[in-house]
Design a protein around this ligand. Structure first.
Ligand SMILES: Nc1ncnc2c1ncn2[C@@H]1O[C@H](COP(=O)(O)OP(=O)(O)OP(=O)(O)O)[C@@H](O)[C@H]1O
Ligand SMILES: [Mg+2]
Length: 563
């Protein structure tokens, strides 16, 4: 049984109808699919079947198993402003159904050969045909509970609009997209789509969004996604976002749903992308599926004729929370990319608080305190570059340069906005030579350089003297770091970074970090891993490369035939 109760269809009073943002409802087959699909969901359907011929140009049929309509309602529903979903203008506030205008069916019927078959219980049913805007006398038929709408010859009577229909492949693609959006909005409902008898989508009912994503786009994409779950005040943000290291410059999926309703909002997507700051290469576009839930009176959905936009009472707040929500999702070590076929690696939240499945005390002699004598976690450095260790879920492999870069970046961001870094006075001040562009860059960044620990004085001509330097690790070469850093700043490296402080911090972190190919002793490795595991965004360096990858235990078991 459906949870949706059948309401009577009524024609809205004209002063209510006048308050509804209405406009061109039907542009192409995909808009018919969207409207009919939304009607099916509003009717409490558990199964929605969409059939097309010729990309919908010849035929569009949407069948559902929802509450259906009796004969009287079905006839009324074909009139403009007839709806069962609202009665008064006040009902528009927080409206929970997709529909509320009473526009879709009459608009579609007026530009097609239209037929609706509907039944409120298994048995007696009504068929209504509309041709040229005229409703034929109703027919008795038999069918199961639910509704089937068939739309033939879209725009047959408006040749000017028919001319604008695109190639079958293009219209089919748009219809696939329309069904995709519906299917994402309701993973619990089964959806299928065929064109000329060929199956294009088949989504069984799913209890989780990730399963719906897998049915729509395959496991390869689904396995790159992390769950979002964040609440701030009245706003709840959930959904799925891509691991930074797996984002690509093209082909991303970006969807926003507000109170279950799909909207196009580039600002919200951008806010989501802002959550990736410092974990992603400029130009990479992560996939984002964001579901925003907030009280009905905090958002107005009645602002766009095709209901594709929403207006928030506090847009700034919404964007801020979306950014936080994404950042939150990227923080656990789960955000690290897995090696091999497996998805998440079982380092889920809760393992040791903070979402890290590695007992931190195993890395830190100091943190142990007097009592527990846990054996230190063995660490192995290979190729003088990678550090391996065991976690609850498998084997972690850390790239020492990327890891240190992440750690330093977070240190420096704190120092730049706080008291600055502890600097070391050099026993022998360094004298370094620079070119004109580089001297300009030093000038422009003098204060930031000082904050990270470089106290610099012009000497003569092209030379400067360095009195103090930071000390990020024992093998730090201050002169070489400063030369590389200044060359980067002068050369506009990290040009994609918007924020000057962040750009400087990323450049510094990259140049000051331990290099690959550097042998480390056990204490240095332990210190580095501990600091990485306690970083805010441990899984990525500032170029969008992973700082840590996981070899899940299941993957090992699979490879060795133990699974
Ligand atoms: N598949 C369906 N199952 C049951 N009732 C339906 C179905 N499709 C439409 N109806 C009924 O017909 C009415 C009119 O549908 P229509 O799509 O024209 O308007 P709406 O959904 O109310 O608003 P909107 O124009 O915003 O979509 C709906 O309010 C609903 O009562
Ligand atoms: Mg509708």
């Amino acid at each position: 049984m459906s949870l949706v109760a059948r309401e009577r269809v009524q024609v809205l009073a004209s002063q209510v109808a006048d308050q509804i943002a209405a406009g061109e409802v039907v542009e192409r087959p995909a808009s018919v699919v969207k409207e009919l699909g939304e009607n099916a969901l509003d009717a409490g359907a558990q199964t929605v079947r969409v059939e097309l011929e010729d990309g919908g140009k010849t035929l569009i049929r949407v069948s559902d198993d929802g509450v259906g309509m009796d004969r009287e309602d079905a006839a009324l529903a074909l009139q403009r402003h007839a709806t069962s979903k609202i009665r008064a203008a006040a009902d528009l506030i927080g409206v929970a159904t997709f529909g509320f205008r009473g526009e879709a069916l009459p608009a579609i019927a007026s530009v097609s050969r239209f037929e609706i078959e509907t039944s409120v219980d298994d048995g007696d049913a009504t068929r209504l045909r509309v041709t040229g805007g005229k409703i034929d006398p109703p027919e008795d038929i038999a069918r199961q509970r639910g509704t089937t709408v068939t739309v033939r010859g879209l725009f047959y009577n408006t040749p000017a609009r028919r001319k604008f229909l695109r190639a079958t492949a293009t219209e089919t693609r748009a219809a696939i997209e329309a069904v995709t959006v519906l299917a994402l909005s309701r993973p619990d409902v089964a959806f299928s789509l065929t064109n000329d008898g060929r199956e294009l989508l088949d989504c069984p009912p799913a209890s989780r969004l990730i399963d719906r994503v897998r049915a729509l786009w395959g496991a390869e994409l689904a396995d790159t996604l992390l769950a979002v779950s964040h609440r701030a005040g009245p706003l709840e943000v959930s959904g799925l976002v891509q691991r930074p290291a797996q984002a690509r410059p093209a082909g991303r999926k970006g969807y926003v749903f507000v109170r279950g309703r799909p909207i196009r909002d580039p600002f919200i997507l951008r806010a989501g992308e802002a959550g990736y700051r410092s974990t992603i290469a400029p130009g990479d576009r992560p996939s984002l599926l964001l579901f925003l839930d907030l009280p009905g009176d905090a958002v107005d959905v009645n602002v766009h004729p095709a209901k594709l936009e929403a207006r928030f009472r506090d847009k700034f707040f919404v964007e801020k929370v979306v950014e936080e929500a994404v950042r939150d999702a990227l923080a656990p070590l789960d955000a690290a990319a897995p090696l091999g076929g497996a998805g998440a690696w079982g380092l889920g939240p809760g393992a040791t608080g903070g979402g890290i499945g590695v007992p931190l005390e195993l890395f830190s002699a100091r943190a142990l305190g007097p009592s527990p004598q846990a054996p230190a976690q063995p660490l192995l450095q290979v190729f003088d570059t990678y550090i391996l260790f065991q976690t609850d879920g498998g084997v972690a492999i850390v790239d020492q340069h990327s890891a240190h870069e992440r750690v330093l970046y977070e240190d420096v961001m704190r120092q730049l906005s706080g008291d600055g870094a502890p600097a070391q006075r050099l026993l022998l001040p360094l004298t370094l030579d620079f070119g004109p562009a580089e001297l300009d860059a030093i000038d422009a960044h003098r204060e930031l350089l000082e904050r990270v620990g470089f106290e610099i004085e012009p000497f003569s001509g092209r030379s400067i003297v360095v009195h103090t330097a930071p000390n990020p690790h024992p093998r730090f070469e201050a002169g070489r770091c400063l030369q590389e850093l200044v060359a980067d700043l002068a050369g506009g490296r990290f040009g994609g970074w918007q924020n000057r402080l962040e750009r400087f911090a990323a450049t510094y972190a990259c140049r000051a970090a331990i290099k690959a190919g550097q042998a480390l002793d056990a204490g240095e490795m332990r210190e580095l891993v501990l600091r990485l595991l306690t970083a805010t965004l441990p899984a990525h360096d500032v170029h969008g490369r992973p700082s840590l990858v996981q070899l899940p235990k299941e993957e090992l078991e699979r490879r060795f035939g133990r699974a």
